[in-house]
Ligand binder design. Structure first.
Ligand code: STR
Length: 504
């Protein structure tokens, strides 16, 4: 026994000596500063009880600097709070950091990562993304068609506002329906009327998914928890089942329509790309297999992202206009001068309305839809700045910190669209600003989102002034952290503007 112990000790001593010697030759790796962590639970005690992760990660900079690490369960997580580091991860080393973590909730939502947003990097993923990009660009190019669809929904939205004028109105379902119908027209060539039961079902399952998926919840940190009863997971399962049924129905309809050659929406475009690939005997086609699941999950992504993100930004925009009536007035002055009352706003007016455009930019800055983006994974050993990052590390980009960096923004907590413009109304550059992410996983819907935000806001504000309820405190501006930064429910009064009342 004793000789074995001595041998073991000797071996240990030799190993540490060898490490030291090696350290002298090569510069020692410098790892990011780390939050204290315990075995198994990691740094969880530091995070527990704080549901607003983006704010916590923002404030931890004071103690740990702008780049630090922590352990979430068994995962090594690096939090990036500065835009230069963020750009290094997303742009300069985009491919190295293009991975995604597998989590219980996102795997349930996407059939083990067969979508685009939550799937890790692979040749198939690249191909899939390219197809969607091509299909979206095609619809974007004929943006006249898209513009027509958005304007149709904007007109319908304005009608609803007219009908409930001078009475407190929760705009959320109306904004959601308008945005959903744009995405529905784009994906499936269909749309919903008010009160349609399928639309109501969709509203419900979407909320359930947003409430439970990808929130760094315990079950995502400790996957074995999924084998115990879990309310959130059960809710997610139910919601995903409803969504899948809906997607499947659209899919069957499209397969039929495709043979008659009449379908020309996004689902049809993806179906055609899939068939082309199967018939095509190219080497790429033989190697990669785009299954029905891939197609369904991709459409599910576009649909979910298209609805939840744009609706959320519109709700934030309305809420900030209630808090800052002078901004609303300025947008309306611009609209009155450049467009007047004789015609509706259109996309070609965008250059003429810099203040409205700046307001949209400011909403996306002050309340980023996705405050921590979706975590990236280092696919190889790598570095960020001077720090060594091991393969498999999760990288969280804290967009909230980047958009509220006091060194880059004057009074970042204040809502001030003017910060994006010079005196002549020309747009100023803003480096510490990445509302759509960047690099090979940049948002696919940026152009569509900007068209919708512009047209919906321009149409509404040309006709209405949005006011808070008299005698009541203004609704709060705190967001609720989740896969999107959610707005609390609130009501507004939509007042028809004088020029429209007189029937001009
Ligand atoms: C919303 C709810 C739903 O039904 C489906 C999805 C899948 C795609 C998700 C979307 C979600 C939330 C917003 C995401 C989007 C992919 C990209 C987007 C996370 C969960 C953002 O990064 C903001």
């Amino acid at each position: 026994m004793v000789p074995i112990l001595v041998a073991l000790l000797l071996a240990l001593a030799l190993l540490s000596f060898w490490r030291l010697a090696k350290g002298k030759v090569e510069p020692r790796a410098k790892y990011p500063r780390s939050l204290p962590s315990l075995p198994i639970i990691g740094s969880l005690l530091h995070l527990a009880g704080n549901p607003q992760l983006h704010l916590l990660f923002h404030s931890l900079q004071k103690k740990y600097g702008s780049l630090y690490s922590l352990r979430m369960g068994s995962h090594y997580v690096v939090v990036v709070n500065h835009y230069l580091h963020a750009k290094e991860v997303l742009l300069k080393k985009g491919k190295t950091f293009a991975g995604r973590p597998h989590t219980v909730t996102t795997d349930m939502l996407t059939r083990d990562g067969k979508d685009i947003a939550f799937a890790s990097y692979s040749p198939l993923w690249k191909f899939q993304r390219k197809q969607v990009h091509a299909a979206l660009t095609m619809f974007g190019k004929g943006s006249l068609a898209l513009e027509k669809i958005i304007c149709r929904e904007a007109a319908s939205l304005c009608e609803t506002l007219s009908a409930s004028q001078d009475a407190p109105l929760d705009m959320a379902p109306e904004l959601t329906r308008a945005v959903t119908n744009v995405v529905c027209s784009l994906c499936f060539s269909s749309c919903y009327r008010r009160g349609d039961p399928e639309f109501e079902a969709m509203l419900q399952y979407s909320q359930g998914i947003v409430d439970t998926v990808a929130r760094e919840s315990l079950v995502d940190l400790f996957p074995w928890l999924q084998f115990f009863p879990n309310k959130d997971l059960a809710l997610l399962k139910r919601c995903v089942a409803v969504r899948d049924q809906l997607l499947q129905k659209k899919f069957e309809e499209h397969k039929e329509a495709l043979s008659s050659g009449s379908a020309d929406d996004l689902m049809a475009a993806l179906l055609r790309a899939k068939l082309n690939m199967e018939n095509n005997n190219s080497r790429l086609g033989q190697r990669l297999q785009l299954t029905d699941d891939h197609l369904l999950m991709t459409v599910g992504d576009i649909f979910g992202a298209g609805v939840e993100t744009t609706t959320t930004v519109l709700k934030w925009a309305v809420l900030f206009l209630l808090h800052y009536p002078e901004v609303q007035r300025k947008i309306q002055e611009e609209l009155d001068q450049k467009i007047g009352f004789a015609r509706h706003p259109q996309l070609s007016d965008r250059q003429q309305l810099p203040y409205l455009e700046a307001t949209i930019r400011e909403v996306l800055r002050i309340r980023p839809v996705s405050p921590l983006l979706i975590p990236h994974v280092a696919l190889t050993d790598a570095s960020i700045g001077e720090y060594t990052i091991p393969k498999g590390a999760h990288i969280v980009i804290n967009l909230w910190s980047i958009h509220h960096d006091e060194k880059e923004w004057e009074k970042p907590g204040e809502f001030n669209p003017g910060r994006f413009l010079d005196e002549q109304g020309t747009q100023l550059p803003s480096p510490s600003y990445l509302p759509f992410g960047a690099g090979i996983r940049v948002c696919l819907g940026e152009a569509l989102a900007k068209m919708e935000l512009f047209l919906f806001l321009a149409w509404m504000l040309q006709r209405f002034t949005l006011e808070p309820l008299a005698g009541q405190p203004l609704p709060g501006l705190e967001g609720k952290f989740g896969v999107v930064l959610q707005v609390q429910a609130f009501k507004v009064m939509a007042r028809l503007r004088a020029a429209w009342r007189e029937g001009v």
